[in-house]
Design a protein around this ligand. Structure first.
Ligand code: NAP
Ligand code: MG
Length: 499
C-alpha cells in the first residue's frame, strides 16, 4: 500500500494538533532507502507543560467514566486498528525498516488485541469489602478497598516496536482511567501519529496527549516536569536508569522495560526442526532489535555441530530485501547508528577470538546499499565471559556457546546482568520446568520464542527492568488502592471518657 504522508505533523495536545511553540521540526526518514517521509514537531518545554496541563484538565471527567464505557472505547479503538490495519502496517514498515509481513501479522494485530484485552480487564476489576472484628479495634469495622486511577502519567516508548509499545502503554492507561502524555522515539514517530489521527474522535480531548521530539530534549522535559504521578518507559537500561532517578526525586513510581541478553538453551533431545525455526524467530525477527531477543544461544555438545551447520544454512537462506515486499523476511536496521553499533561488536568478537560463522557485515547487494541492512550473523567459539556474550547488540547477531550439563548451562545463563526473556528446548518436560525455574528471567519460553500475547505477564528481572506489562497485573501499576474504613458500631473508644 502506498502511503501519502503529510508534509508536516504536529503535536497532539488537548485534542488538537499544533506546531511546536517555537515552530521547530525534525526530519523523519525510511531507513531502508534513506528517503525523506515527513517533518515532525520538535516539542519544547512549554509544549510538554501544555500537554501535562491538558491531561490534568481532562482527568476529573475521565476518571468518572464508567468501566463499561471505557471498555466500549477500547473495543472501538481495536476495531479502528483492524479497519486500518493495512495503512498502519505500511506506515510502520516505512518508518522503521521492518518487513511488511511482520507489521501485518505481528505489530498491528497484536496492538489491536491489546486494546481488546484491556477492555475485558477493566470489566473484571472489582474492589473488596471485609468485616474486621478484632479485640484491638473498637466495635466492628467494614474495610472497603477501591482501586482509583493514579492521575497523569508520562510514557516514553522506543523505536523497535513504535506502535505496539505505544499500545502496551495506552491500553492500560485508558482502562485504568488515567491520562497520558506519551512520547514516541524521534527515530520512528509516524505510526503513533497516524493511529491518533484515526482514533481521535473516540477519546475525550486531553486524555491522550502526544509529544514528538528527541529524547535528550522532549524526553528530558518529561522527566523534569513535576506534574506526573507515574512514569512508564521502554528502552535502553541506560536511559531507564535516568527515568528511575527522575521518579525517585519526585517520589513517584516508574515501570521500566529495558534491555536483555536472553539465554536460548537447546538440549540434545530437542525437536531439531522446531529448534532452528526458534533460533531464527529468536534473533532475526525485527532484525534482532528485540529487547528479549534470543541472542545468547547455548547448544548442548551432542547436537552442537549439526546445529551450527543447520543454523548457517538457514541464516544464509533468509530473504533480505524491499521492506514492502511480503516475501522479505528481514528488513533494514532502524538507522546508521545501529548498523555501526552492530559492526563494532563484530570487530569486538574477532578481537576476543570468536569466529564469524556467517554474515558479520553490512548487506550491500543492489538496492540494499541504500539502506541500513545487516546480514544475519552467527558467531561461534564464544565463551560466556566475552563482551559479545554479555552485552546487548540489538541486531541480527546470535552468539553460540557449547555446553555439557544442565547445571553448567544454568550457571552460564544466570551469569549476566540482564533477565528479560529466554527459552529452553527439550522434549523432557521435567527438565524444561527445572531449567525454566532456575534461570533468573521474567519470561522463559518452553519450545517456542518471542510469543508475547496479551494475557501473560512480561517484564524483567535484574537490569531488565521493574514491573510487568501485557496482563492484568499492570492495572495495579496504573491505579492506587483507596481504603475506606467504616465504623459499624455506636461505641466510643473509651480513651477519653466524657463524664
Ligand atoms: P533509548 O535512548 O533508551 O530510547 C528509548 C526512548 O527514550 C526513546 O523515545 C528516546 O527518545 C527516549 N530517550 C532517550 N534519551 C532520553 C532522556 N534523556 N530522557 C527521556 N527520554 C529519553 O534507546 P536508543 O538510544 O534509541 O537505543 C540504544 C539501545 O537501547 C539500543 O541499541 C538497544 O540496546 C536498547 N533499546 C532497547 C529497547 C527495548 O525494547 N528494550 C528499545 C530500544 C532500544 P529518542 O529516540 O527520540 O531519542
Ligand atoms: Mg524513520
Amino acid at each position: 500500500m502506498a502511503v501519502n504522508f503529510k508534509e508536516k505533523y504536529g503535536l497532539f495536545i488537548g485534542g488538537e494538533w499544533r506546531d511546536a511553540s517555537d515552530g521547530k521540526t525534525f526530519d523523519v526518514t525510511n531507513p531502508a532507502n534513506g528517503e525523506h517521509l515527513a517533518y515532525c514537531a520538535e516539542a519544547t518545554e512549554k509544549d510538554v507543560d501544555d500537554a501535562v496541563k491538558a491531561a490534568w484538565a481532562a482527568f476529573p471527567a475521565w476518571k468518572e467514566v464508567q468501566p463499561q464505557d471505557r471498555a466500549a472505547i477500547l473495543n472501538k479503538i481495536a476495531d479502528r486498528i483492524d479497519e486500518n490495519a493495512e495503512l498502519l502496517a505500511a506506515v510502520e514498515t516505512l518508518d522503521n525498516g521492518k518487513p511488511i509481513r511482520e507489521t501485518t501479522f505481528i505489530d498491528v494485530p497484536w496492538a489491536s488485541e491489546h486494546f481488546r484485552y484491556f477492555a475485558g480487564a477493566i470489566l473484571t476489576q472489582q474492589g473488596s469489602a471485609t468485616v474486621l472484628n478484632t479485640p484491638n479495634i473498637t466495635g466492628n469495622a467494614l474495610s472497603i478497598v477501591l482501586r482509583e486511577p493514579i492521575g497523569v502519567v508520562g510514557q516514553i516508548v522506543p523505536w523497535n516496536f513504535p506502535f505496539l509499545m505505544a499500545a502496551w502503554k495506552l491500553a492500560p492507561v485508558l482502562a485504568a482511567g488515567d491520562c497520558s502524555v506519551i512520547k514516541s522515539s524521534s527515530t520512528t514517530p509516524l505510526s503513533l501519529i497516524v493511529f491518533l489521527e484515526l482514533i481521535q474522535d473516540l477519546i475525550p480531548a486531553g486524555v491522550i496527549n502526544m509529544i514528538t521530539g528527541k529524547g535528550s530534549k522532549a524526553g528530558q522535559y518529561i522527566l523534569d516536569h513535576p506534574g506526573f504521578r507515574k512514569l512508564a518507559f521502554t528502552g535502553s537500561t541506560e536511559v531507564g536508569l535516568s527515568i528511575a532517578r527522575a521518579a525517585a526525586e519526585k517520589l513517584i513510581p516508574a515501570t521500566l522495560e529495558l534491555g536483555g541478553k536472553s539465554a536460548n538453551i537447546y538440549f540434545d533431545d530437542c525437536n531439531f526442526d522446531q529448534a532452528i525455526d526458534g533460533l531464527q524467530v529468536g534473533i532475526l525477527f525485527n532484525q534482532g532489535q528485540v529487547c528479549c531477543a534470543g541472542s545468547r544461544v547455548f547448544v548442548q555438545e551432542g547436537i552442537y555441530d549439526k546445529f551450527v551447520d543447520a543454523a548457517i544454512k538457514a541464516f544464509e537462506k533468509v530473504k533480505q530485501g524491499d521492506t514492502m515486499d511480503m516475501n522479505t523476511q528481514i528488513g533494514s536496521q532502524v538507522n546508521e547508528a545501529q548498523v555501526k553499533k552492530i559492526a563494532s561488536y563484530i570487530e569486538i568478537a574477532k578481537q576476543e577470538g570468536a569466529t564469524i560463522a556467517c554474515g558479520g557485515e553490512r548487506a550491500t547487494e543492489g538496492d540494499l546499499a541504500k539502506g541500513c541492512y545487516f546480514k544475519p550473523t552467527l558467531i561461534t567459539n564464544v565463551t560466556n565471559d566475552m563482551r559479545v556474550a554479555q552485552e546487548e547488540i540489538f541486531g541480527p547477531v546470535a552468539v553460540v556457546i557449547k555446553f555439557k550439563t544442565e547445571d553448567e548451562v544454568i550457571k552460564m545463563a544466570n551469569d549476566n546482568d540482564y533477565g528479560l526473556g529466554g527459552a529452553v528446548w527439550t522434549r523432557d518436560i521435567y527438565k524444561a520446568i527445572r531449567v525454566a525455574r532456575a534461570v533468573e528471567t521474567g519470561r522463559m519460553w518452553v519450545n517456542t520464542y518471542n510469543q508475547i500475547p496479551a494475557g501473560a505477564p512480561f517484564g524483567g528481572y535484574k537490569k531488565s527492568g521493574i514491573g510487568r506489562e501485557t496482563d492484568l497485573s499492570i492495572m495495579d501499576a496504573y491505579t492506587q488502592q483507596k481504603n475506606i474504613f467504616v465504623n459499624l458500631s455506636e461505641e466510643t473508644t473509651g480513651f477519653y471518657p466524657q463524664d
